[in-house]
Design a protein around this ligand. Structure first.
Ligand code: SPV
Ligand code: MG
Length: 432
């Protein structure tokens, strides 16, 4: 019997390194290449430029490849159990970094049935690094970036989004990842929150920061990231103006806007009924949604309708009636908000809404009801989970304590040691 060899790869932008390792692997026996699914690549790297079918077809036609199969997850366990290869081949670059735990699981699985791991020196040069940089630039172009949210919603049952309010926080959302049980976890997109964008500028969240400024924030984030952006569009402004805003966002490559069904002086939802807030009529808000949708040139940009009925204590029936009407008016999804600590009213809403509508994407912002885990939301039928304000809430106490420490000690040594990153680290944080 021939030696069974298994090699897994993304094969997104093919370069000589791929051909070299395929040749090396093929010399060891009959080679199966596991081409990673779009979802698997997205989970640890970036969104692939070529779809799975295209990547698989390319690899299939390469000399030395006996067969191609889809590796659904970055974790090899299922694949190894099914295939039981005698040898797994990989570049030696995964010995460190986020893939190291995945390597450890492969080593363990192979040992359980007597297989072995063969590693070859990882092939990379400046040209390949430039190619990867270039891929990122392509992914960041408006026409590629804009559609990404729709694609992700097709690819994943539930996506997770974190707020970004400038280039630096954009980079944190773009790059942060952790490994949990052999799976790499990262954020799928960015929320440009009105609360954070206002707070960042030392202003209240009352639609005071105008669109020129908000578009500038988005542009700053876009310059250094590739993930899809959802804009918190507050009330969307006047219906006549909303159509223009939507056109601008679509042109820029933003993926979606969420507008809330309030009129007049908007206050943050988490104030609830403690302050005066006015809800729009169903007809008025539906007209705004329609005008926004009609203004679009592509079918990629999404307009989400955010219902404030639970925030304003108008009751479940009102929330359901409104959301159904907003979907009929053309909304691409709904966001239902609550400021209760307990998730009951949100879960009740989701169950009742989903009973009649299985498809319309549901967005939630679990700021106050923060106990429920993502998996449970996913089982309930939530499609987008937005962590709406956490980076700014995390940074403020750290900055304030640093300022106090300097004042209290008459020097910065204590603050440096307790809270600040090293000067060398900040100098190299952003590569040139
Ligand atoms: C925001 O992030 O600005 C939001 C969500 O609109 S909330 O603050 O919960 O209203
Ligand atoms: Mg807001």
């Amino acid at each position: 019997m021939k030696t069974k060899v298994y090699l897994s790869m993304s094969a997104d932008v093919l370069h000589p390194g791929h051909i070299r390792i395929i040749n090396q692997a093929a010399k060891l026996g009959e080679l199966t290449v596991g081409v990673l699914s779009d979802e698997a690549i997205t989970s640890f790297k970036r969104y692939p430029i070529l779809r799975y079918e295209q990547r698989a077809a390319i690899i299939e036609s390469i000399k030395g490849v006996a067969r191609v199969m889809c590796q659904q997850e970055l974790d090899y366990t299922d694949t190894l159990n099914a295939l039981k290869p005698d040898i797994v081949v990989h570049g030696d670059n995964w010995r460190t970094g986020v893939q190291a735990p995945i390597r450890a699981k492969v080593v363990e699985a192979l040992a359980s049935y007597g297989g072995r791991l063969v590693e070859f020196p990882y092939y990379s040069d400046n040209q390949i690094k430039q190619l990867d940089e270039h891929s990122r630039t392509i992914l960041g172009m408006p026409e590629n970036r804009r559609q990404r949210l729709r694609e992700l919603l097709k690819l994943k049952k539930t996506i997770r989004v974190l707020e970004a309010h400038n280039g630096l926080t954009g980079l944190i959302v773009e790059k942060t990842c952790v490994e949990i049980d052999g799976k790499i976890q990262q954020f799928d997109g960015m929320w440009v929150s009105s609360l954070c964008d206002s707070t960042m500028k030392g202003k209240p969240d009352i639609e005071l920061v105008d669109n020129t400024s908000r578009l500038r924030t988005i542009d700053e984030i876009m310059e250094v990231t590739t993930k899809p952006i959802i804009l918190d569009g507050d009330t969307g402004g006047k219906t006549e103006h909303f159509a223009y805003l939507v056109k601008t966002l679509e042109r820029m490559g933003v993926s979606a806007i969420i507008i809330e069904d309030k009129i007049g002086l908007k206050k943050n939802s988490l104030f609830g009924t403690d302050v005066e807030q006015t809800q729009d009529t169903i007809e008025g808000f539906c007209e705004k949604i329609r005008r926004g949708k009609e203004a679009l040139t592509t079918e990629e940009f999404m307009v989400f309708a955010r219902c404030e009925s639970l925030i304003l204590e108008r009751g479940m029936e009102d929330a359901l009636e409104r959301c159904r009407a907003y979907v009929d008016a053309g909304a691409d999804g709904i966001m239902i908000h609550s400021r209760r600590k307990n998730a009951d009213e949100i879960t009740q809403f989701i169950a009742e809404f989903r009973a009649a509508d299985h498809l319309t994407p549901i967005v939630i912002v679990p700021t106050t009801f923060n106990e429920t885990r993502e998996e449970e939301w996913s089982d309930l039928g939530v499609n987008v989970i937005i962590y709406a304000n956490h980076l700014i809430r995390a940074s403020f106490p750290a900055m304030e304590t640093t300022a106090k420490l300097i004042l209290a000690n008459g020097r910065c040594k204590e603050a440096d040691e307790l809270l600040c990153m090293g000067v060398e680290d900040v100098l190299t944080l952003i590569p040139e």
